[in-house]
Design a protein around this ligand. Structure first.
Ligand code: GTP
Ligand code: MG
Length: 388
């Protein structure tokens, strides 16, 4: 098995990609999808596998630069990494790369170089930086013929084939074959758009070695950092003094609070990066006079943390009311049973019962002042939001 190195995707694929199989990133035009193949390559080089990258849209030096911008330093891998230069030939310049397609107008020459490279990199990964350009070079029919052949080669040589493919308006037959026939797995990388793309996502279109998971994951491209699953907004709510601000700060890579005399008067804001996920966290004030703000904040959130002081059951009715205000649209939520370090703290089970909310709502014990339970709670909510 080889991993994709894309957040959550490996879980969805039953652990990753079995050797000899192929995976294609099916990228909607206009979406920053090329990084997917690059990240998968880099992830596997880091794991010690050998990897090839076929470049057909940029010169090798520029490609190395783009890797570097993502925080992927390719010079570390020595001979384990090689580029198949399918670009220099197009613009008529020379190349120092190990594999060079000197005459990209000659399909059988392309085939020869790529086949030889697959053979030499047996047991590793081979990434096609842009299958679409190869199709443009040799034509749709010929390209499909060769891809089928290369995929067979990959199978024989235990190589995993990774393809970036931008779904330009090719013929419906070609697109259909690419989507449903030729590759063992197809991952859709798409955009959520209204005139402009304001969100990007990925999800499985097809996989032939495990059950297909019908979930989409939002992502952001971070430089450096690569593909990060992105949860636009998570709310942290709960009664006065429960530990919301402490929770936001414990979780966040950076955070600010607007407090006066130790209580939050506007909101807490934090930004979290953890295990491939990034999220903006908004903490609400606890006092009732700020309830209008909570209603405002709730609108676009995708998940909620409800923080309760485990020693103050008298505040639980208020906690339930706040949960109703924030997650009335059925948002997933996690209850954080805070201040477990104080004597007499109720257990998570007792708190779950007393709050009398949804039976399966997770209750996570925490001591936020010591950062205990904070990331556990985050991981559980992320799983719920991304359908893990
Ligand atoms: N012992 C203990 N004290 C905690 C814990 N978490 C928070 N506190 C304390 O509880 C108090 C309130 O914490 P905050 O994080 O300000 O609570 P808040 O929910 O933001 O409060 P408001 O914004 O005023 O509603 C502070 O004195 C914290 O140090 C914990 O896990 N254990
Ligand atoms: Mg606060």
């Amino acid at each position: 098995m080889i991993e994709t190195g894309i957040p959550r995707l490996d879980d969805f694929l039953g652990g990753g990609i079995p050797t000899g199989k192929t995976l294609l990133y099916y990228i909607e035009p206009g979406v920053e999808g090329d990084v997917f193949g690059m990240q998968t390559l880099y992830h596997n080089l880091e794991k010690g596998y050998r990897g090839l990258f076929i470049t057909s849209t940029t010169a090798p030096e520029i490609l190395r630069e783009s890797f570097k911008e993502l925080g992927f330093d390719m010079s570390r891998f020595g001979d384990n990494f090689a580029i198949v230069d399918a670009y220099s030939g197009i613009i008529g310049s020379t190349s120092d790369e190990r594999y060079v397609i000197e005459d990209p107008s000659n399909p059988s020459h392309i085939d020869e170089v790529i086949s030889a490279a697959i053979e030499e990199f047996s047991g590793g990964t081979i990434t096609f930086g842009s299958l679409s350009t190869i199709i443009d070079m040799v034509g749709e029919e010929k390209a499909l013929e060769y891809i089928i052949k290369w995929n067979k080669y990959a199978l024989i040589y235990d190589t995993v084939g990774i393809y970036n493919f931008t779904a330009w308006p090719y013929s419906p037959e070609t697109l259909e074959k690419i989507k449903n026939e030729i590759f063992n797995a197809v991952i859709k990388v798409g955009g959520i758009s209204k005139r402009v793309v304001y969100g990007q996502y990925y999800g499985i279109l097809r996989v032939d070695w495990t059950e297909k998971v019908e979930k989409a994951i939002l992502f952001k491209l971070v430089r450096p950092g690569g593909i990060k699953a992105f949860i636009p907004k998570i709310l942290v709510t709960g009664p006065f003094n429960a530990g919301k601000s402490t929770f936001v700060h414990a979780l966040s890579t950076r955070a600010v609070s607007v407090d006066r005399l130790g209580t939050t008067v506007a909101l807490d804001h934090g930004y979290v990066e953890h295990k491939g996920f990034s999220a903006d966290i908004f903490g609400t004030p606890g006092q009732e006079r700020f309830d209008p703000i909570i209603k405002l904040l709730g609108g676009e959130a995708l998940g909620v943390f409800l923080i309760v002081d485990s020693t103050r059951p008298e505040d639980f009715p208020r906690a339930v009311k706040m949960l109703e205000m924030t997650s009335r649209f059925g948002l997933p939520y996690v209850i954080v049973a805070n201040k477990q370090d104080i004597k007499g703290a109720l257990s998570p089970e007792e708190i779950g019962k007393m709050l009398n909310v949804h039976e399966e709502a997770p209750v996570v014990p925490a001591v936020t002042t010591r950062k205990e339970g904070v990331f556990e709670a985050f991981e559980i909510l992320i799983d719920m939001v991304t359908g893990g």
